[in-house]
Design a protein around this ligand. Sequence first.
Ligand SMILES: CC(C)(COP(=O)(O)OP(=O)(O)OC[C@H]1O[C@@H](n2cnc3c(N)ncnc32)[C@H](O)[C@@H]1OP(=O)(O)O)[C@@H](O)C(=O)NCCC(=O)NCCS
Length: 167
Amino acid sequence: MKLFQHDYFPHITGDRVSLRQIKDADLDDLIEISFYDAIQAKTVQQAAEMQSKINQDYLDGNSIHWGIVDNITDKIVGTCGYYRGLDKGEGELGCVLLSKYYGKGYMTDGMSLAIDFGLNTLGLKRIWAATGQQNVPARKLLERLNFVQIAEADDEIEYELRQASGK
Ligand SMILES: CC(C)(COP(=O)(O)OP(=O)(O)OC[C@H]1O[C@@H](n2cnc3c(N)ncnc32)[C@H](O)[C@@H]1OP(=O)(O)O)[C@@H](O)C(=O)NCCC(=O)NCCS
């Protein structure tokens, strides 16, 4: 698999959702969850500018940002990806759902595909995620996916994936 090249982006097909690259046609639906460097896009133009930086980050080998697509409707329900650490063989997972798709299990399915890809295709030796103390849905999501809390600083909690082997 030739990752991080112009003519290739990893598409992962699951039973209920799939992970694919975000296209210009998706951006209008994604404004609510279009962020770069913690700044939210306010217009489609800003979301497009962010997406081109995200595409460049992929080509530079720094991140993989997927759209999570419902296999039946072909609509993007949210995004997830690896945003830091790939240069060290590790990956920080992040994710966000469009609010109308909260509470339906979409992110659990999307993140499971991303984790499997991280472990088995990227060969990551560590997968982690960080969230706020008060972010109960995110904490439940991570715990459901077998992440365990490893550190706590100010309001942030760091979680690490506990792999089946017990590592
Ligand atoms: C974090 C976030 C993705 C969690 O969303 P979510 O909807 O709770 O997560 P899922 O899509 O996996 O849905 C799981 C919920 O759907 C329920 N559910 C309903 N139908 C379901 C189905 N068919 N299959 C599985 N779960 C289903 C589950 O019981 C679970 O609810 P519970 O947590 O109350 O038990 C969302 O709150 C979000 O986007 N937050 C903003 C960004 C953020 O905080 N990101 C975290 C960074 S680490």
